[in-house]
Write a protein that binds this ligand. Structure first.
Ligand code: UDP
Ligand code: MG
Length: 314
């Protein structure tokens, strides 16, 4: 192919995936070579502490279509993806996980579907193999809730496995937020978006990098970036609790004049504690937003590249 434009970039974040990276590389090459297009694969080493980086460097030497970005430390899944999207040069950019859960075999279908007139085609999981019941259950609850409380349609049952047109990338890299929730940002951007169903597979090897703590933080990023629902809830519960407190005051006044004053002590204690709790909750929610605003105001670079073999002027 003489034409030098890259039709497709495949972006893969890698964090301690030494046992998966070669297998994934082979599956990717098999699937991409049959497509008869110019492509590049961009591996992002997100501060791995195992042999992921040397393996990637070795593969990149053998295969000129393999590009890598070595980040200076672990920046997390979303920022690793973001680094890949920003530096990818293809007309279409596909994002997938590096553990084999997102099958490279469906890339040709995703690409064809996108070419038929969609700026975004996300891969929607039909079933999830090898994940704990609790993970599937929490994911389900989270995506359904997020869909209810946000005003934009963030597709349910999708991860970041999707193909986007360069137009989307150009807008995405201009969105400055530090706490990225890329699937939400892409949904927010709009244009023609559709999906393709696939079966999510088991990790080829290794453990998930997401503890429930990390998932919780990620869920909060998703909610706080796209919804003010928690703030509204704080206000509403504030009203409800004040209403109840007002009734309690009338009740204790009634007790004072027509009953025994001492009996009011317990209910006063309870209501004070209850109010205190609600106030703390409200302050906590405000803090979540203010903390994120603070991070955005800092305007730091999203990630730092230690080394890469991507040259823009090639
Ligand atoms: N990952 C990353 N940085 C991190 C955590 C994960 O680049 O800090 C990569 C990881 O190597 C994998 C993808 O992100 O390719 C998804 O991670 P994982 O499989 O642990 O997530 P899960 O599938 O359990 O949601
Ligand atoms: Mg995984």
């Amino acid at each position: 192919m003489s034409d030098k434009t890259i039709h497709l970039s495949v972006v893969v974040p890698l964090y301690n995936e030494e046992n998966n990276v070669e297998k994934l590389h082979n599956r990717l090459q098999t699937s991409l070579q049959q497509m008869q297009i110019n492509y590049e694969v961009v591996f992002i080493n997100d501060g791995s502490r195992d042999k992921t980086l040397p393996l990637v460097l070795k593969l990149a030497q053998e295969n000129p279509s393999l590009r890598y970005i070595d980040l200076s430390r672990n920046f997390g899944h979303q920022l690793a993806i973001f680094a890949g999207i920003e530096n990818a040069r293809g007309e279409y950019i596909l994002v997938m996980d590096g553990d084999g859960q997102d099958p490279p075999e469906i890339i040709p279908d995703l690409y064809e579907k996108a070419k038929s007139g969609y700026e975004v085609v996300y891969a929607k999981r039909r079933k999830r193999d090898g994940e704990s019941f609790l993970k599937k259950f929490t994911a389900k609850i989270f995506y359904r809730t997020l869909a209810k409380i946000t005003s934009i349609e963030i597709p349910v049952d999708t991860g970041d496995f999707r193909i986007i047109h360069r137009k989307i990338r150009d807008i995405l890299v201009k969105m400055p937020e530090q706490h990225k929730y890329i699937r939400g940002q892409i949904a927010w951007i709009g244009f023609n978006q559709t999906y393709l169903e696939y079966d999510r597979q088991e990790r080829m090897s290794g453990e998930t990098k997401f503890s429930y703590g990390k998932m919780m933080r990620f869920a909060l990023d998703g909610i706080s970036s796209f919804s003010t629902w928690p703030l509204k809830m704080a206000t509403i519960s504030g009203f409800v609790v004040s209403g109840v407190a007002f009734l309690l005051i009338i009740y204790s006044l009634y007790q004072k004049f027509f009953g025994y004053t001492e009996r009011g002590w317990t209910s006063m204690q309870i209501s004070i504690l209850f109010l205190g709790g609600i106030q703390l909750l409200g302050i906590g929610i405000l803090g979540e937003y203010i903390g994120r605003m603070n991070d955005n105001v800092k305007n730091r670079p999203h990630y730092i590249i230690r080394d890469s073999n991507i040259r823009r002027d090639e």
